[in-house]
Design a protein around this ligand. Structure first.
Ligand code: SIN
Length: 535
């Protein structure tokens, strides 16, 4: 299978770095993988901005794990399978729920401070969980986890952390097809760097920036999945995108996440007329699965011709909101919201991409030497819809498993009889006219608009076809490429946007996060299957 590269380069002329493990990304999956890999060899972690800039850092709710006596991995498994709408890989879910509590306790040993109530864990509840099982650190759980892991990584002499290093392409040995490293754009030197390693772990996170409205940070452009696709990896379940029901909806304010944990503590959803509506849509009301709540909100917004609904927090005891959710309250106030009115205006926003690089239960891809974990991967644990707070857990469990499998692979590796030729065949970065970064930013912006308007929460065949045609036109317009972050990100978004739309068009049914108004029912007779793309 051929590999497509973005640039034409002579690798041997470029500066290079060598390690046993190359880990790309600094969210929970990448950081935990680095921590685990350290015992087996040298580790290079590269990340495109600062180590702290990730979806993990922004995660509020917490980590779901069956750590309570009244809970069990079996119940957690059942809830995960139910949310996944028939498309989870049951074996991957079993691994997740059984190994999860052990990995979480490793975090505790590393100094992560989850909230306690006396000697017991103070467990939260979120949508579609039948038990309280969310470990949290106030409402800034991801920040607490990232803090402990980054401290660990920075203080370890055996781990090199290189920030400002953007993945461009994976490198494969021309004979064996093994992944042998990656080409990066390095903001320190302003040029390309070749990172060589026999084990490459992609933990580049999700692609929330595919959509106009997202809870994700600016770095979430899916570069890992797009580069893996160019390298010949399989991408699966791309049509399954999770829209979080409640992001802050104020004019000229980012779609800051308003955690589901507020509804877990009793906050209610009302339309702008003040009517509580969720009991009309689902027996679990405000704690129904996310896709159900999201579509109910869209319907209420359409009915009342507004762009938001209200999250009613007036029934919280005085100060309860501030003490349990200080981060959310402070951010809302900083954006100018008066919380004493007792409600927060909210609307859905893209939150999580269930699809990604298809992996087995050890994070392995179809390319030897290339592993994927965390949101960049599609390990099968989420199926058609991710259960709330399962993603940090997935990063831990499958980050650790990818390292263990990579170590096995490394030990069995025979030296290659022939060195990689060292030439990439793509577009020449030197010979193209300099294109203003604004061109690439405008391209990314257009992708986001198309995806939100035509391939968003409620999809329909004709609109998806229009989206496909427009994305293809944008792709064809790119006849040359500049070696800049904006250009690489625009290509990532276009690649993933096109695959998402193609899969959404193909899946002529509604299931989990994918809803087609022209095929509103679930079709188990035909569609209990996955869509997989490969170049
Ligand atoms: C939330 O806090 O509502 C988000 C948790 C998650 O996405 O898992």
């Amino acid at each position: 299978m051929a590999q497509r590269y973005l640039f034409s380069l002579e690798l041997d002329r470029l500066p290079s770095l060598q390690s046993d493990f190359l880990i790309i990304g600094s969210g929970i999956a990448g950081l935990f993988a680095a921590y685990k890999a350290r015992q087996f060899g040298s580790v290079l972690v590269v990340t495109k901005q600062r180590a702290e800039d990730s979806n993990t850092e922004m995660a509020q709710g917490g980590i779901a794990a069956a750590v309570d006596e009244a809970d069990s991995p079996v119940l957690h498994l059942e809830d995960t399978l139910e949310a996944g709408a028939g498309l989870c890989d049951a074996r991957a879910v079993e691994i997740l729920v059984t190994e999860g509590p052990l990995r979480v306790m490793e975090l505790v040993k590393l100094g992560v401070r989850f909230d306690r109530e006396g000697s017991a864990w103070d467990l939260g509840r979120e949508g579609a969980h039948r038990r309280r099982r969310i470990l949290h650190a106030s409402d800034a759980t991801g920040g607490e986890v990232a803090r402990a892991l980054i401290r660990e990584i920075r203080s370890d002499q055996g781990i090199t952390l290189r920030e400002g290093c953007l993945l461009v392409d994976f490198l494969k040995h021309p004979r064996s097809g093994r992944c042998v490293g990656a080409l990066m754009l390095d903001s320190q030197s302003g040029g390309f760097v070749v990172c060589r390693a026999p084990v490459v772990i992609t933990a580049t996170g999700g692609a929330g920036q595919l959509y106009q409205n997202t809870t994700n940070p600016a770095v979430a452009t899916g570069d890992g999945a797009a580069a893996a696709y160019r390298a010949g990896a399989e991408l699966m379940d791309m049509e399954f995108v999770q829209f979080h029901p409640t992001a802050l909806a104020m004019p000229n304010v980012p779609r800051f996440l308003i955690s589901e944990a507020l509804r877990g503590e009793g906050a209610l959803l009302r339309n702008v007329r003040g009517e509580r509506f969720m009991p009309r849509y689902h027996q679990m009301a405000e704690l129904a699965p996310r896709d159900v709540v999201t579509r109910a909100i869209v319907r209420e917004m359409q009915k009342t011709q507004t762009s938001h609904v209200l999250l009613d927090i007036s029934q919280f005891e005085q100060d309860r909101c501030q003490t349990r959710f200080p981060n959310i309250c402070d951010r809302c106030r900083n954006y100018g919201l008066d919380l004493s009115k007792g409600y927060i205006p909210v609307a859905p926003a893209t939150h999580y991409v269930m699809g990604g690089i298809k992996t087995g239960s050890d994070g392995e891809t179809n390319i030897p030497g290339l592993y994927a974990c965390g949101e960049a991967a599609c390990s099968g644990v989420h199926g058609g819809n991710r259960l709330a707070s399962n993603s940090l857990l997935e990063g831990l469990v499958f980050g650790a498993r990818a390292v263990a499998a990579g170590w096995q692979y490394l030990q069995q590796l025979q030296p290659e009889p022939h060195q990689p030729a060292g030439c990439l065949d793509g577009r020449s970065p030197g010979a193209v006219p300099a294109i203003d970064d604004r061109y690439w930013q405008a391209t990314s912006q257009r992708v986001r608009e198309i995806m939100w308007e035509q391939a968003g929460i409620i999809r329909q065949g004709q609109e998806l076809s229009r989206a496909a045609a427009e994305l293809e036109r944008l792709d064809r317009e790119i006849t040359c490429l500049t070696p800049t972050r904006s250009a690489v990100e625009a290509v990532s978004l276009l690649t993933l946007g096109r695959l998402t739309v193609a899969a959404a068009l193909m899946r002529s049914e509604s299931r989990g996060g994918h809803f087609r108004s022209d095929f509103p029912s679930r079709d188990d007779a035909y569609w209990l299957r996955h869509i997989v793309f490969q170049i």
